[in-house]
Design a protein around this ligand. Structure first.
Ligand SMILES: Nc1ncnc2c1ncn2[C@@H]1O[C@H](COP(=O)(O)OP(=O)(O)OP(=O)(O)O)[C@@H](O)[C@H]1O
Length: 558
């Protein structure tokens, strides 16, 4: 039933789908792959030596090197200005690039114009499948590496990924370069199989075909593009076998399948395969070496120094003229009525938002001018008021992403199957398990974050924030949704973290808990500091009683 060309086209379309997968794993939608493929295919066909003089395989290998280099370099040139774009804007920009390349190639003489270029056929089915195996191997090894987890984290929640110390721009660009190189590889293989390449081989329909194959197969499991390709390339064969020769059926079914997958099976066909989340034996954690610990600022040493800090949103003064000094080992409570400006202030301290006026110095850096991942690397870690977990990752994987800064890169060593990569991954997993144990979630390590209860999600955010071994831990309403027993346990945990030398900034509406946990409290109202002092001083401060305790939070306070 299957011809040789069916086998080759399954391999080729899977390789092309991997070039979409390369960026989809990082949550990016690029439609420029057909442009990379055609540039690479035509350039390699023009520059590679004649197979009659050097032999088929050497000629193909040289063409592959040229094509992948062309794809990668083009991706760098296109990626540098476009990596700031998100979602549909990136898709439109990359599609425009592919169309520009197509027009250029039609109008060049060396490409043969619209007629195209004849290329010797040297690709054998075994070569296509061997190359596909290598590409699939690359993405398999990438998946469970630190790099692969970082890309998954960016896909799930870019802001949280930044706050975990991941350099999002660099990761997105490297995924884009991989996509360019693999699309280039596809362009070369296509050229050296079909004998005659034409610009129309790399039009809009080709880009959509690659995207549909990757999405139908599944873009969160490395096997997805292969599954998608087998499935879609089989449609014409099945048609032929049952005697329906209509050419429109395959593209029609491909479009329909894409719609159904997006609506009912977002993980694609690959999500139907059983998934085995990573698990660490709880006993195994005992006696294991901890990952390197940073030296925290000593008692009295400056951790945060804010001078005249302000933040305006249009006419709203979310923060006004804030002076605040936090020193090593302090547990500082930040309280105030809803909308007082607490979250705005910690967003500026953690570098997520830029002050409108004043200066901020945090662990020697100036957040706002320093990138968020650099602030995280300096030792600032945080939780978010609205949960920002990586929903599709397990609890353990979430915390391992939190340990991005303390773990060592493993992807290249995983490709070479070096034992040290496995040891490093195990050490990071044990470190993550310890953090889960600290918040009492060790039993939930394999549970997907989105499937955890609200209280457990709050705890998981704390475990994830602890995994980077921070010097300054910012907790934004960590006790929200917790009962009194859980809030007491959290208070004890914060106390023990402070004993370990961490400095903690706690935003909480549960004033009883703040009074019990914090050594000093700052009260904000309408964006301004209205009081600072010990819990007793704050409780007896008339301005606080009026501004805060007199507000809707009075029930909590009493
Ligand atoms: N991105 C934004 N754009 C416009 N206004 C904003 C933005 N973020 C915050 N604000 C405004 O700034 C003020 C302070 O908000 P912020 O979230 O910092 O307060 P909060 O004390 O954390 O409140 P809550 O306790 O309800 O979380 C509010 O008036 C809010 O509406």
């Amino acid at each position: 039933m299957f011809t040789e060309s069916t086998f080759v086209f399954i391999a080729l379309s899977a390789i092309f789908a991997y070039s979409f997968y390369a960026v989809l794993v990082a949550g990016q939608l690029s439609l420029g792959q057909a442009g990379f493929a055609s540039l690479a295919g035509f350039t390699a066909a023009a520059l590679a030596p004649d197979p009659d003089s050097v032999g088929d395989l050497p000629a193909l290998l040289i063409a592959i090197v040229i094509g992948m280099a062309v794809g990668a370099v083009t991706a760098i040139v296109l990626g540098l200005p476009t990596m700031r774009l998100r979602g549909v804007f990136l898709a439109i920009a990359t599609l425009a690039f592919a169309e520009a390349v197509r027009i250029l190639i039609i109008n060049m003489e060396w490409t043969g114009g619209a007629q195209g270029m004849s290329v010797p056929k040297v690709l054998e089915p075994w070569m296509a499948w061997a190359i596909l195996a290598l590409v699939a191997y690359w993405f398999w090894r990438q998946g469970a590496s630190g790099y692969g987890r970082a890309l998954a984290a960016i896909r799930e929640d870019e802001l949280a990924a930044r706050a975990m110390g991941i350099d999002v721009g660099r990761h997105r660009l490297s995924a884009f370069i991989a996509a360019g190189a693999i699309a280039g590889l596809y362009g070369v293989l296509w050229a050296f199989y079909v004998r005659l390449i034409a610009p129309e081989d790399f039009g809009f329909a080709k880009a959509i075909d690659g995207l549909v194959t990757a999405v139908v197969g599944g873009s969160t499991n490395f096997i997805g593009p292969l599954l998608g390709s087998v499935f879609l390339e089989m449609i014409p064969e099945v048609q032929r076998a049952i005697g329906i020769e209509a050419g429109w059926i395959r593209p029609f079914l491909a479009g329909l399948l894409m719609l159904l997958v997006i609506l009912f099976l977002p993980g694609g066909l690959a999500s139907l395969l059983p998934r085995r989340p990573q698990r660490v034996a709880v006993d195994g954690a005992q006696g294991a070496n901890a990952l390197s610990r940073r030296a925290h600022p000593a008692h009295g040493e400056s951790v945060v120094n804010l001078v005249g800090l302000g933040k305006d949103y249009g006419g709203v003064h979310a923060n006004k003229d804030i002076d605040l000094h936090i020193t090593g080992g302090e547990v500082l409570g930040l309280i105030g009525p809803n909308g007082a400006g607490k979250t705005t202030l910690v967003n500026m301290i953690s570098g997520l938002s830029r002050p409108t006026s004043g200066t901020a110095e945090v662990l020697g850096l100036h957040p706002g001018t320093a990138a968020v991942h650099k602030v995280a690397a300096a030792g600032v870690s945080r939780t978010f008021q609205q949960s920002k977990l990586f929903g599709q990752l397990s609890a353990l994987e979430n915390v391992m992403v939190g340990g991005h800064l303390v773990g060592r890169p493993t992807f290249l060593r995983r490709l070479l199957w070096l034992p040290s990569a496995r040891q490093d991954e195990q050490r990071l997993a044990l470190h993550a398990l310890r953090c889960l144990e600290r918040v009492g979630l060790e039993d939930k390590q394999t549970t997907r974050a989105s499937a955890l209860s609200y209280g457990d999600q709050r705890r998981l955010e704390i475990a994830r924030a602890l995994a980077s071994d921070p010097s300054l831990l910012i907790l934004d309403e960590p006790a929200a949704g917790m009962n009194h027993v859980e809030a007491d346990a959290l208070s004890d945990l914060i106390g023990s973290l402070a004993q370990d030398g961490l400095t903690i900034l706690l935003i909480e509406h549960n004033v009883g808990m703040v009074m019990k946990t914090c050594s000093r409290i700052v009260v904000l109202n309408f964006g301004e500091v209205i009081a600072t002092g010990t819990p007793e001083e704050i409780a007896n401060n008339p301005a606080v009683v009026e501004a805060y305790l007199g507000s809707s939070e009075s029930e909590d306070a009493t």
